[in-house]
Design a protein around this ligand. Sequence first.
Ligand SMILES: Nc1ncnc2c1ncn2[C@@H]1O[C@H](COP(=O)(O)OP(=O)(O)OP(=O)(O)O)[C@@H](O)[C@H]1O
Ligand SMILES: [Mg+2]
Length: 353
Amino acid sequence: MIKLSALNITKKYDRAYVLNNVSVYVEESQFFALLGPSGSGKTTLLRIIAGFLKPDSGKIIIGNRDITYLPPNKRNTAMVFQNFSLWPHMNVFENVAFGLRLRKIPNKTIKERVYKILSMVHLADYAEKKPQQLSGGQQQRVALARALVIEPEILLLDEPLSNLDAHLRDELRQEIRTLQKNLGITTIYVTHDQREAMLIADVIAIMMNGNIIETDSPDVLYQEPGCIETARFLGELNEVEGVVLNSENNFCMIKTSIGTLKAKVSSNFAKGEDVIVGFRPEFLYIVSEKTENTFVCEIVSIEYVGSTINAILQSNDQILRAAFSPLYFKMPEKGKLLVSVDPEHIIAFRKKK
Ligand SMILES: Nc1ncnc2c1ncn2[C@@H]1O[C@H](COP(=O)(O)OP(=O)(O)OP(=O)(O)O)[C@@H](O)[C@H]1O
Ligand SMILES: [Mg+2]
């Protein structure tokens, strides 16, 4: 069931489109990530959903209520910002209680609800502390508690982990995910970090230049991206140019400088079309005999990462990256390798003219 829709949202600043007819649909209890590079319009869209900004056109619907012109405090949404934004003169308890006091909730209920939510974020013993006595991770937990305590219908998070160090980011990311699942709260999470989005979200919408270019689950977006921009943004991609020889049953044969490759396509291409085939470094593997999609490479350089062995390879005029499993990698005697990639793991994209 769709819980929140942003329909055909447009926003312009100085005649430049920051959001260009953007629509998103978020299902009840879903963890939805808005992922895109800096300046793509993520915060602008989130602020429009929260009610801090008005769109030039379009609608925001929660359930079946049109809330486009309601002020933020009437929307039943709660937002957590990147920079924690706690009130420095109030202790943790009062920071979290603030939204409940505004709603004129009786003191006894406030105390119960604040302590319940503080224990959920592991801060029940910190109620009397001031924000400046807390670490960054603890402050962000308070901000999260302050958002959750009002029991919002929609939780909006704008890069909530970006001011934390890597270790805390991992820890709090998992906590947010667990809390969200336990409470079943519909959540939109903004980030420019593809790893974070993949780890936390049920569904990711990829934003570029004020448009959403693709929306799907993390594994589909990573393994079967519908466009090359998604493929590039979600991880390393080898790209080889080629021309379609033939195409049927959602596979096509492509002539390239490293040989003829068989690749997957979402719809069949015409013979002679210019394409780019893309495949991820970890989908390359070493073989001993020439079969389908195999090609000879020279090793340009090797990096031992630990979990993988990363190699830069050259086949004909093409530089390729590989991430081999240390289980199967053996340095070849003459510096040459025969490698392969399965047709299911190569995708052909139409070359834009
Ligand atoms: N008040 C404003 N006036 C003019 N331009 C603005 C204003 N707010 C945002 N913009 C522009 O709109 C574009 C999108 O901004 P937005 O903050 O939504 O991006 P973002 O995707 O959240 O980026 P980041 O990852 O850096 O936070 C940017 O080019 C920005 O300069
Ligand atoms: Mg932003």
